[in-house]
Design a protein around this ligand. Structure first.
Ligand code: NAP
Length: 322
């Protein structure tokens, strides 16, 4: 046990971190130990991970001293922020800065930072193809992460920068599942035109992170993109139809329509999808599924994920009229 390398996992009770903890625990010969960081040692998810064999410690990304304590003695850390809890790019950057500072203080040998592109490198604020949001961002939840990369490099933390993809779990938890249109037909709505959207099962992100840690120093200093499969809206709708046994169509809307949907974050997501649409070759190219599978041989494709999760996907039916 004492020779095993401790990986401290931020947001380990969440999707990305949880996947990593479960991947480490499942591999009995892994040479790694998972340390769960949580704000609530007694939450059902924290207790479940403890029961599975993880070390569980209290920490809050808003409290850098608690992070330093939680990282102490570890070999590595998985660092992720949670934009949708506060919708603040500045707070997200503060979280990243605190994690980088704590990683440096603890002398960690390998950190994976779950980042995304700073889209302003492709779409400067002067580019009016999409609106500037909050005064200085195009895609706030991407830009804040990408802009935060420098906290890790500036601090000299040995870091792998992990570019994740759209979680297919958004069809379960983010209100993106099939809904009836005015014609009563079930549809998934995305502003992607006929372009491919790289997607991944959220659980696979942690399995890929485990693959990165297992490679030792090989990917330190590199930016690594992952996806399970890259599909158009039409292809995803076809998979839904096959697995649900009911016709699902793809409702392609322009990004400006998506931005106007009014739910919290709709403008941010409208810009995000437009970025993925307009820079498809770059965005897909950076997230090669074959490379991803080399990190994580158990990587799911979309149809397999759908078969496993079809009962959890809320499917709204059209209101029946007499
Ligand atoms: N949805 C997508 O398609 C997608 C795609 C790519 C990237 N992302 C990014 O993924 C990130 C979210 O990761 P996730 O999905 O793994 O998160 P998640 O599953 O929602 O994580 C939730 C966990 O975050 C922890 N948490 C919340 N506030 C905290 C704090 N102040 N300090 C410590 N822990 C805190 C909570 O743990 P405790 O209560 O146990 O402390 C909670 O269990 C976001 O930044 C998002 O932009 C999302």
């Amino acid at each position: 046990m004492s020779n095993r390398k401790v990986i401290a996992v931020v947001r380990a009770t969440g999707a990305q971190g949880g996947g990593l903890v479960r991947a480490i625990l499942k591999d009995k010969d892994s040479g790694f130990v998972a340390r769960v960081l949580t704000r609530d040692l007694n939450s059902p998810r924290a207790r479940e991970l403890a029961k599975m064999g993880a070390e569980v410690v209290a920490a809050d990304v808003d409290d850098v001293e608690s992070l330093k304590k939680a990282f102490a003695g570890a070999y590595g850390a998985y660092c992720v922020t949670f934009y949708w809890a506060h919708f603040s790019p500045e707070k997200e950057q503060a979280e990243a800065k605190a994690m980088a500072a704590a990683a440096k203080a603890a002398g960690l040998q390998h950190v994976i930072w779950s980042t995304l592109e700073d889209t302003r490198k492709w779409v400067p604020l002067s580019d009016n193809r999409m609106p500037t949001l909050m005064g200085k961002y195009k895609v706030p939840h991407f830009d804040a992460k990408g802009e935060s990369d420098h906290f890790f490099t500036d601090a000299g933390v040995p870091t792998t920068f992990l570019l994740t993809s759209f979680y297919w779990d958004n069809f379960i938890h983010f209100g993106m599942g099939p809904k009836p249109g005015p014609d009563g037909k079930l549809a998934i709505t995305l502003p992607m035109d006929d372009k491919k959207l790289p997607g991944i099962a959220a659980e696979d992100i942690g399995r890929c992170a485990y693959g990165i840690f297992k490679k030792g120093n090989e990917l330190i200093g590199q930016t690594v993109g992952i996806s399970g499969e890259q599909l158009t809206g039409t292809q995803m709708a076809a998979a839904f139809s096959e697995v649900l046994g009911r016709e699902v169509i793809y409702n392609a809307v322009p990004p400006e329509v998506y931005r106007s949907f009014g739910f919290p974050g709709a403008e941010d997501l409208g810009n995000m999808f437009q970025f993925k649409r307009d820079f498809e070759a770059y965005f897909c190219g950076k997230r090669n599924p074959e490379f991803t599978r080399s990190l994580n041989p158990a990587l799911l494709d979309f149809k397999t994920w759908l078969v496993q999760n079809k009962n959890a996907i809320p499917v709204e039916d059209a209101v029946q009229t007499a």
